[in-house]
Design a binder for this molecule. Structure first.
Ligand code: FEO
Length: 169
């Protein structure tokens, strides 16, 4: 069993992960609209991973015999100012998710809920990857994005991303 404070913060995190999916789908729609189909595919796969992140929390709460309380999702931003703006915003968003995960780790320690503290380690590591992946793309956009031929190749590279289900176990 997990206590109410831990249950509440985990339910909030489900919402944040599903909102992340919504945000990345919105970014993907914009990117598709401007013909950057590879970037768009990258975002679509990112959105699917975010749903996985939400579902891992969902299943954990159920396994601990606590109540899943799904909250309403706000609408994500719909208009953007080019591909660099999008990835800068994605990076800011991931940083906010990292802070949220850090807070979960802190709360579970304060509540002496070491099982959940252990569970959340997976997310702490995942956030290092999430931030790094976006930062690498930003670096490439900064280095090559102003040249159309290079942007085309970068779009192709990102379009090669394959979805693989995030697996906690
Ligand atoms: Fe689930 Fe991108 O953090």
């Amino acid at each position: 069993m997990i206590n109410d404070k831990v249950k509440e913060i985990l339910n909030e995190q489900i919402n944040k992960e599903f909102y992340s999916a919504y945000l990345y789908l919105s970014m993907g729609a914009y990117l598709s609209d401007v013909g950057l189909y590879g970037f768009s595919k990258w975002m679509e796969i990112q959105a699917r991973e975010e749903i996985d992140h939400g579902m891992i929390l969902f299943n954990y709460i159920l396994k601990r015999k606590a109540k899943v309380e799904l909250k309403s999702l706000g609408g994500p931003e719909l208009s953007f100012n080019g591909v660099e703006d999008i990835f800068n915003k994605a990076y800011e968003h991931e940083r906010s998710i990292t802070s949220a995960i850090d807070c979960i780790a802190g709360l579970t320690e304060n509540e002496c809920d070491l099982a959940t503290r252990n569970f959340i380690d997976w997310y702490l590591k995942e956030q290092i990857e999430e931030e790094d992946n976006v930062l690498r793309i930003i670096s490439k956009i900064k280095a090559f994005g102003s040249d159309k031929a290079s942007l085309y190749l970068l779009d192709k590279e990102l379009g090669n991303r394959e979805y693989s289900q995030s697996d906690y176990e």
